[in-house]
Write a protein that binds this ligand. Structure first.
Ligand code: GLU
Length: 425
């Protein structure tokens, strides 16, 4: 099943049990607009290479389109469409005044130099042209994109598009600050980014997990110091592992795209990150007590909490019957396919869905947007406190709806659909 069909299936499953108006459902089944661009990038050898990029603007019912931009060879229209739909649902679950969008460029960024990545980032923004803006569509980082790239993108947007906006912005004379900075979130802290945004998705995931365990830990058979396995060691995976470790959980398994490692007494993620930075891959960091495993083996290793934090489709119809976790916390977008979810449900393994579990990232993007628009700077403590409060509240809302046979995903979608429908009137 491709990713778009997976997203639609999730929507339809929820619509079946939630009372949702036919009109709202009809609107969410299709994106409002798709921007499909091909643009040239000057390569280091002097040649110009064409790249294919997309921005899918799924729904603006609740506010400006919001969602990341990813650089990955697997990016295609169906993937970006699915990710955009998930953003609409996620922003509604997080209860922030944004709709849903997503962007992507089909590229293997590992093959590009720093200069090429900068020209790719800037070229994509020029190609998107007037289709993004602080009150229209606000991109952010996603897979293989980071604060530095957001800095290039916002700079390119300011250079090429923001003249009118800067003139119109009340804060324009204030050192060049102003609302135009809110066209992108996830920027570096010195360039209009929010403190706390970098760790927000991983941190938020662990806050959701802790609240979930407070509500259902006993029923799920999970004690005070759970063992966790994190698949994926990008920004989200690393921070989830680190925050889990700091909270006294045992991080018994880790992986990156090359492979993984397990260790019964647990890893210190900070030390693993330092080692990975030095040696380039995580596999090189398995000490004498650790066991090297493939990503497939990692997912099937027994633990309390399995955290897929890489790409969609990691847990699918074939491996779902071999998962030996007590609960799955989706920090990637769409890591459990709809077929796998049925199998997990039959086996009594609950899935805390992406649209709740990884909503900390976009919720903090909203805080960044507010700070930019109001020309404020909040402390990290303030940001993380606001975030934790928000996520605990929404976790309780979702769990309260997961009654009877309703999965947590259906409950989260039911909550989101109610909020989206509320915005339509
Ligand atoms: N890419 C992240 C996500 O999938 C964050 C999006 C944002 O901050 O706009 O939720």
């Amino acid at each position: 099943m491709n990713t778009w069909l997976a997203a639609l299936t999730q929507l339809e499953r929820a619509a079946k049990v939630a009372k949702v108006s036919k009109d709202v459902l009809a609107r969410l089944r299709v994106p409002e607009r798709i921007v499909d661009v091909q643009f040239p990038v000057r390569m280091d050898d002097g040649s110009a290479r064409m790249f294919h990029g997309y921005r899918v603007q799924h729904s603006s019912l609740r506010g400006p389109y919001k969602g990341g931009i990813r650089f990955h060879p697997q990016v295609d229209m169906d993937e970006v469409r699915a990710l955009a739909l998930w953003m609409t649902i996620k922003c509604a679950v997080a209860d922030i005044p944004f709709g849903g969008g997503k962007g992507g460029v089909t590229v293997d960024p590992k093959q590009l130099s720093g200069g090429e990545l900068e020209r790719l980032s800037r070229g994509f923004v020029r190609a998107l042209g007037p289709n993004i803006g602080p009150r229209l569509d606000v991109p952010a980082p996603d897979v293989n994109t980071n604060p530095q790239m957001m800095a290039w993108m916002v700079d390119e947007w300011r250079r090429t598009r923001a003249r009118g906006e800067i003139a119109a912005s009340r804060t324009s004379r204030n050192d060049g600050k102003g609302e135009w900075r809110a066209t992108f979130t996830g920027k570096p802290v010195g360039k209009g980014g929010s403190r706390g945004r970098e760790q927000a998705t991983g941190y938020g995931g662990i806050v959701v997990l802790q609240e979930a365990l407070r509500l259902r830990g006993k029923r799920w058979g999970i004690g005070a110091a759970p063992s966790v396995i994190v698949q994926g060691f990008g920004n989200v995976g690393y921070w989830a592992a680190q925050v889990a470790y700091d909270a006294g959980m045992h991080v018994v398994g880790l992986s990156d795209s090359q492979g993984g490692m397990t260790q019964a007494e647990g890893f210190n993620p900070e030390m693993v990150l330092a080692c990975k930075r030095e040696h380039g891959s995580l596999a090189a960091c398995a000490g004498a007590d650790a066991q090297r495993v493939t990503n497939e083996q990692l997912l099937e290793t027994p633990c309390d909490v399995l955290i897929p934090a890489a790409l969609e489709g990691a847990i699918h119809a074939k491996n779902a019957k071999r998962i030996r976790a007590k609960v799955v916390l989706e920090l990637a977008n769409g890591p459990v396919t709809p077929e796998a979810e049925v199998i997990l449900a039959q086996r009594g393994i609950p899935v805390i869905p992406d649209v709740l579990a990884n909503a900390g990232g976009v919720a903090t993007s909203y805080f960044e947007w507010v700070q930019n628009v109001r020309n404020e700077e909040w402390s990290e403590e303030d940001v993380l406190r606001k975030l934790a409060r928000k996520l605990r509240m929404q976790t309780r809302e979702v769990f309260a709806r997961a009654t009877g046979k309703r999965t947590l995903r259906v409950a989260a979608y039911a909550l989101a659909l109610k909020r989206v429908a509320g915005a339509q009137q």
